[in-house]
Ligand binder design. Structure first.
Ligand SMILES: Nc1ncnc2c1ncn2[C@@H]1O[C@H](COP(=O)(O)OP(=O)(O)OP(=O)(O)O)[C@@H](O)[C@H]1O
Length: 820
């Protein structure tokens, strides 16, 4: 099939479709023969290692060429006719096996040709149809005679392979060419020319037999060729119809192609027109944009010019105004300078005088201090002496009560004696008078002892107060809480170097860069009246403040407040179960009971308020029954009252606990509305103590204020908003005001800004003047809180350095005289 297509390739073709098996440009017969020949020729060619000739080359030459190349040259019959006959060498035709016949047809025909080609080789080929039958018959008749054998067909002549091929192929032949003599024709004279007639007859018969057999073979070959031809014709028909189909398909596709081409052209045109339109649009936009840019630029230039003009104008005006002002102020300055110079001179002279006065005052003060020191020493001695007197007195009292008992016994004995003496009147009345006198003496001594005791108590109070004053009316103590849990973070470096007096705390500050660029941590020392390390319990802390509680009982206003950042332990110190509030009240109960012996009776009232957002809230009233609280000051009594605030009479220790619990509950309710209320409000526990002495008619009124301040860190760190912002501002304000008040008190300023915040306004009579103040600065032990701790300690140091004037007791006689 490949060979066929190759052959077809040389033929003109208009279609690009896969060519059919047979080229249709070739006439049908030629195609069949072409296919047949190709098979044969190529089989031969492959056998000899050569390609077959191209289709246009005459078949004969190719076949002859093949024959001459592939087979040894044989002698023709005419050549062999001259040779002596050897029976065994008579060439015999043998049929190729049926299976190979069709494939090696060319070869068999060639061999047939060579076998039957007895006469001289004939130059041309003729078909049986072109050979006149009469000629053939004549030749045969001449050589064999009509009766010797069946009438010969044209095929009885020795056909050569070319003849056969050509007849089968149907290739154009030289039909008009004069037909040369047939081999039979040629053969006849040769037979006739043979001298040995008998032998010739035999040869002829043999040849005839040969020819017959050859004829049969050829016929068979012809038949098979014809049937093959018919099959090929059918194949050709099929191929033709397929070609028709394909051509129709091609036509359809061509027309479709044309249609698509035209559509493509249309689309191309549309695209071109669109591109043109777009270009036009772009150009118009560009022109528009350029116009606008130009307009904008000119507008901008105009504005710039106007602006420059305006700026110049303004500058001129300002310059003029400035110059005028400068002139004016210079004149004023000159005047002011002259006035000030005069003032300075005056002040200098005044200052000289004042300085002299101050120096004198300083000397006086020093003398005073010296005197006070000696007084203190004397007082200390007095106190010790008084204490020994008190002990002696107690001993005396005990002695006297035993004496009293003895006297009562004696009295009873004397009564018995009286009864006895009544019988002996004179003797008896003397003894009675004696006994009466002794009894009166004993009673007098007892009264004297009681009076002395009361006097002793009054003196103790005075001495105690003086002692407190000497210690200072504002005291600052520092307390460091322990680390609660390792999850709290790293511990700051805090040292307590002063083991004897426990008044110093050393803090290792944060990392800093020294002037040389090295990173260092400085140790910052702080000193206070007392420093409590984390190991110290509430009991020991209370030991330090119990004297102040005593002062409250003695009629002084006392204020103890806790200052420090959130979580530093303020609430723990103040209001925990064993904090300062419960301890103070318990101590007060104990003391009141003891004072009963000395004719003192006390009433104790407690109230608990909260300062939140510059508003006072009663922590002992819950829900809707709350009324607006108002602060009232009694300047005479130096006492503060909060109107509409619940006051609880604390006549038993249980009541204090109940009160604290109630306050905590009310604070928690508020905390649900805004978290951690305790950190953002100041709580003030106020305990009013009123004592009366039935023996001396003395009355004292003191207040103990225990204050838990809001977290101090809010002074700085806050990014709060809304309600929180307000809250933060108020905390900041009130803590700053507290600092201002303490500072003003320390300076001895005539105006103390108590009213600047609700907290200082409420504590007016417990800060400065008639008061004793103790500030606890609470410290967190954590490294994370180091900066805040330093800030708190610095604030506390400032307060510690403040000297507040001497406190005064509000003790008065019933008539209202102050007993200063
Ligand atoms: N000395 C201490 N010993 C043991 N635990 C303490 C001590 N001081 C404080 N704490 C604990 O530390 C925690 C924080 O203390 P506290 O609530 O008293 O701080 P605060 O400064 O009062 O806080 P707030 O800002 O809420 O007022 C609490 O759990 C408390 O029990």
């Amino acid at each position: 099939m490949m060979d066929a297509s190759e052959n077809v390739g040389v033929l003109p073709s208009t279609s690009r479709l896969r060519p059919p098996q047979v080229s249709f440009a070739i006439p049908r017969n030629a195609a069949i023969s072409g296919l047949q020949e190709m098979n044969d020729l190529q089989t031969n060619a492959r056998a000899t290692g050569q390609m077959g000739p191209p289709l246009g080359i005459p078949q004969k030459r190719a076949l002859n060429g093949n024959a001459t190349q592939s087979e040894p040259k044989r002698k023709t019959l005419s050549e062999r006719a001259g040779e002596p006959i050897q029976k065994t060498h008579i060439p015999s035709f043998s049929m190729p096996p049926a299976s190979s016949r069709s494939t090696v047809q060319g070869a068999s025909i060639t061999s047939l040709t060579s076998a039957s080609n007895i006469g001289a080789p004939r130059p041309t080929s003729t078909t049986t149809s072109t050979v006149p039958r009469s000629t053939t018959m004549n030749n045969f008749g001449r050589s064999v005679g009509p009766a010797g054998r069946p009438p010969m067909t044209s095929m009885s002549r020795q056909p050569n392979s070319i003849n056969f091929s050509q007849s089968v192929n149907g290739r154009p032949r030289a039909m008009s060419r004069p037909r040369p003599g047939t081999s039979a024709g040629n053969y006849g004279p040769e037979i006739d020319a043979t001298p040995n007639h008998q032998q010739n007859d035999w040869d002829v018969n043999e040849r005839i037999q040969d020819l017959d057999s050859q004829f049969r073979v050829i016929k068979e070959a012809m038949d098979s060729s014809i049937s093959e031809k018919q099959a090929m014709e059918k194949a050709v028909d099929l191929a033709n119809s397929r070609v028709g189909d394909l051509e129709r398909e091609r036509d359809r596709l061509d027309s479709k192609n044309v249609q698509l081409q035209s559509e493509l052209d249309t689309l191309r045109q549309q695209r071109q027109s669109l591109a043109l339109e777009m270009e036009k649009e772009q150009l118009s936009r560009k022109y528009e944009l350029e116009d606008k840019t130009r307009a904008h630029r000119s507008e901008l230039d105009q504005l710039r010019r106007e602006f420059n003009n305006e700026t110049d104008r303004q500058q001129r005006t300002h310059r003029e105004a400035l110059e005028a002002m400068e002139r004016h102020y210079r004149a004023e300055l000159e005047e002011e300078r002259a006035a000030r110079a005069k003032e300075v001179d005056d002040l200098r002279s005044k200052l000289g005088a004042e300085q002299q006065g101050l120096n004198e005052a300083l000397l006086e003060r020093e003398d005073e201090i010296q005197k006070m020191r000696s007084q203190m020493e004397a007082l200390k001695l007095d106190l010790e002496r008084e204490q020994t007197i008190q002990t002696d007195f107690k001993k005396q009292m005990a002695h006297m009560s035993t004496t009293n008992l003895a006297l009562e016994d004696r009295n009873r004995a004397l009564r018995a004696q009286i009864d006895f003496l009544e019988s002996d009147n004179k003797q008896q009345s003397d003894a009675f008078a004696n006994m009466e006198a002794r009894l009166q003496e004993a009673l007098r001594i007892a009264e004297e002892a009681r009076q002395k005791l009361i006097k002793e108590e009054t003196e103790r109070r005075v001495i105690f107060n003086k002692y407190q004053e000497l210690k200072g009316n504002i005291r600052v103590m520092c307390r460091v809480r322990p680390v609660l849990d390792s999850s709290e973070g790293g511990e700051a470096k805090i040292a307590f170097p002063d083991h004897k007096t426990s008044t110093q705390i050393d803090l290792t500050g944060p990392e800093e860069k020294s002037s040389l660029g090295a990173v260092v941590r400085r140790t910052i020392p702080f000193e206070f009246d007392r420093v409590f390390s984390p190991a110290v319990h509430n009991e020991e802390v209370f030991g330090e403040i119990s004297q102040l509680v005593q002062s409250a009982l003695d009629g002084y206003n006392v204020c103890i407040f806790c200052y420090g950042q959130t979580g530093s332990g303020k609430t723990y110190t103040m209001s925990s179960a064993d904090g300062m509030i419960p301890r103070a009240t318990h101590m007060i109960y104990d003391t009141i009971n003891q004072l009963k012996n000395k004719s003192w009776t006390y009433t104790m009232e407690g109230s608990f308020v909260e300062v939140y957002n510059e508003e006072l809230n009663d922590l002992l009233t819950s829900g809707d029954s709350k009324k607006k609280l108002e602060i009232r000051h009694d300047d005479q009594r130096k006492q503060t009252t909060v109107l509409n605030c619940k006051r609880v009479e604390l006549d038993s220790a249980d009541k204090v606990e109940l009160m604290l619990r109630e306050a905590q509950n009310n604070r928690s309710v508020a905390a649900t509305k805004a978290n951690e209320r305790s950190s953002r409000s100041h709580s003030v526990f106020m305990l009013k103590l009123v004592g009366e002495n039935s023996a001396t008619n003395e009355r004292c009124e003191g207040t103990l204020n225990l204050v838990d301040l809001a977290g101090s860190e809010r002074l700085k760190h806050s990014q709060a908003e809304g309600d929180r912002m307000k809250e933060t501002q108020n905390i900041n304000k009130s803590l700053a005001c507290l600092g201002d008040v303490i500072e003003a008190l320390g300076r001895g300023s005539s105006h103390i800004p108590y009213r600047n915040s609700k907290l200082t306004h409420l504590l007016q009579y417990s800060l400065g003047g008639n008061s004793k103040t103790l500030m606890f600065v609470m410290v967190s032990p954590l490294e994370a809180h180091l900066k805040e701790t330093i800030t708190s300690l610095r604030f506390a140091t400032k307060v510690h350095n403040t000297h507040i004037g001497t406190a005064k007791s509000t003790k008065k006689t019933r008539e209202g005289r102050a007993s200063e």
